[in-house]
Design a protein around this ligand. Structure first.
Ligand code: 3UK
Length: 543
């Protein structure tokens, strides 16, 4: 008897992704303990987020805004429905096909995301800065069949197409002309029969930001998207339907997809999707759109802190930081500048969104926070045994979402003994707060001591001359490794031997002296990913 129960019958006709899920024994354990996690067996998350909202009478409420257009909930629903028709009627999309989306954040990109999911497709998000080479890798891995692309970014995808036989259908928006997506959509009906997907049908393939190696495709079910909505947003963020969300992370990054699309829609709030959201663009946009909830990376808060005086941020009430550790100095700068206590949270592409975090009341400088309701967290040693409080080990997570790589042997390193191992070294302090140390492979071992680069960075950032910094290990004959700091100075400070000594003495006076950077090199900027993460491996190569 191998027949699946009717409840889990897939709606996918094209089972490419489903066939490449990890086998059951390689999956993490899933926990659905909260009442809000009792999700129905059939679920289309786009229908939940959009159709259900309009059916409940919220059609006239503002939903998505950008510099070029605004949609109400009913307006976005109609646009997504029309695009879904284009995908199915004109481009022959069948459930389970992979649709690559390429564009900067915008209301149109949000409509495309929802349209693909309504039609039972699988969204393959891509970062706007990716080049033909990287796009080709993704198209091959995901066997992408369709693409919707912002006309201004179409060039690199066209270059990639020569090598991408599976990618048969490409349409562009924001300038696609008479055969563009908007023109075709305008001719379609505003209603669409959503594909009746199973809760565990795949709706999203998110590629890891991948600092090294071939990117991993993480698979997410319709269920995962709704489960994420039931955990961190109501328990930690606690935004309301009158909030206006804004921020910088791309929708191709699950930090941005959750924070700037899925979470606001799940509560009937509105969201601002900006094509350009660098620190100097985000501040005026907060004022212009009267935004109240902001999502961005630690470095962006640090850069914005010195410019807030020139902007009206009176609408802003909640600020979320993720992507890398939030240094205590940055938390302080932002609070001094705006009065707002940042909500820090660690999440990952594999787990979709944030699993350890602290609201304003539980925020503790230097700590990430507490396990988010719905998730369990532990610190494990190398044998997978749970470590007592105070000891540094590997962060392990279980919850309603979990790692499912598309056909990738690295599943066995992320998932062990039912736990998701994020690759981070953490400890739990006496208050039960989870304190980030470093990525496990970034720990610096110098003269027999374990030194976490981010702790040294945290100390350097407390010095007023330091704008940004990155600390890595450099191979050293005598000590194995030495601590090396790359420092970007604030304007008006001289990058000289005096400054090196000043900063070294400052670190020695701030944290245990053996952790001080024996070498300091000044830089004009530091290498970062599109998601705001410091690329330590590039600093290490340079060292
Ligand atoms: C690091 C953090 C300390 C950590 C992400 C929120 O960053 C996200 O996903 P990625 O797959 O990277 C995951 C890794 O990034 N990290 C993220 N946040 C923090 N380290 N403090 C933090 N607050 O190494 C983690 O393993 O790019 C973040 C929501 C969704 C996401 N995808």
């Amino acid at each position: 008897m191998s027949a699946e129960p009717a409840a889990v019958r897939t709606a996918h006709v094209d089972t490419f992704a489903r066939d490449r899920l990890p086998p059951p024994q390689a999956l993490p354990e899933f926990l659905f303990e909260l009442p809000a996690l009792q999700l129905p067996p059939r679920l289309n998350c786009a229908a939940e987020l959009l159709d259900r909202r309009v059916a409940a009478g919220d059609g006239d409420r503002p939903c998505v805004a950008g510099h070029d257009r605004r949609y109400t909930y009913a307006g976005l629903l109609a646009e997504a429905n029309r695009i879904a028709h284009v995908l199915v009627d004109d481009l022959g999309l069948v459930p389970g096909n992979r649709v690559l989306l390429r564009g900067a954040n915008s209301p149109m990109l949000a409509a495309c995301w929802l349209a693909v999911v309504k039609a039972g497709g699988i969204v393959v998000g891509t970062m706007p800065l990716l080049r033909a080479r990287e796009l080709t890798t993704i198209v091959h891995k995901a066997q992408v069949t369709h693409a919707l692309v912002d006309a201004r970014l179409a060039g690199e995808l066209e270059l990639a197409r020569a090598d991408c036989p599976t990618l048969a259908r490409v349409l562009s928006f924001h300038g696609g002309g008479a055969d563009g997506l908007e023109a075709r959509a305008a001719a379609k009906p505003a209603t669409f029969a959503n594909v009746d997907t199973a809760a565990d049908d795949i709706c999203l393939m998110a590629f890891t930001s991948g600092t090294t190696g071939v990117p991993k495709g993480t698979l997410h079910f319709h269920r995962d998207v709704m489960a994420a909505c039931a955990c961190w947003p109501p328990h930690v963020l606690r935004a309301t339907r009158d909030d206006v969300f804004i921020g910088s992370p791309p929708l191709a990054f699950t930090f941005g997809l959750g924070g700037l699309l899925v979470f606001p829609l799940a509560i009937g709030a509105s969201t601002v999707l900006l094509e350009k959201a660098t620190p100097d663009a985000l501040l005026p946009a907060i004022a212009q759109f009267r935004a109240s909830v902001c999502f961005t990376a630690p470095t962006s808060y640090r850069a914005m802190a010195s410019q807030v005086a020139a902007h009206d941020l009176s609408s802003l009430r909640k600020c979320v930081s993720a992507g890398e550790a939030l240094p205590a100095a940055t938390r302080r700068l932002w609070k001094d500048a705006t009065g707002i206590e940042i909500i820090d949270g660690i999440g990952s592409t594999e787990l979709f969104h944030i699993f350890i975090s602290a609201d304003e009341a539980h925020a503790r400088p230097g700590a990430t926070g507490l396990p988010v309701p719905g998730y369990r967290a532990a610190i494990l040693d190398d044998e997978g045994r749970e470590l007592p409080r105070g000891q540094v080990g590997r962060l392990a997570i279980k919850g309603p979402t979990g790692c499912k790589y598309l056909d990738d042997p690295r599943q066995a390193s992320y998932v062990q003994g039912g736990w998701n191992l994020t690759g981070d070294a953490y400890l739990v302090d006496e208050d039960g707060q989870f304190v980030y140390q470093a990525r496990t492979d970034d720990m610096i071992i110098s003269g027999g001591y374990n030194i976490a680069g981010p702790e040294v960075e945290g100390a350097l950032l407390l010095h007023p001359a330091v704008a940004e910094c990155g600390v890595v290990g450099r191979a050293d004959e005598a000590r194995g490794m030495i601590v090396k700091a790359y420092v970007v100075l604030r304007p008006g400070h001289a990058a000289d031997a005096d400054m090196i000594r000043t900063l070294q003495d400052f670190v020695k006076a701030t944290i245990a002296p053996y952790k001080y950077p024996r070498e300091i090199e000044f830089r004009a900027s530091l290498p970062r990913t599109e998601t705001g993460k410091l690329q330590r491996f590039r600093l290490r190569e340079g060292a």
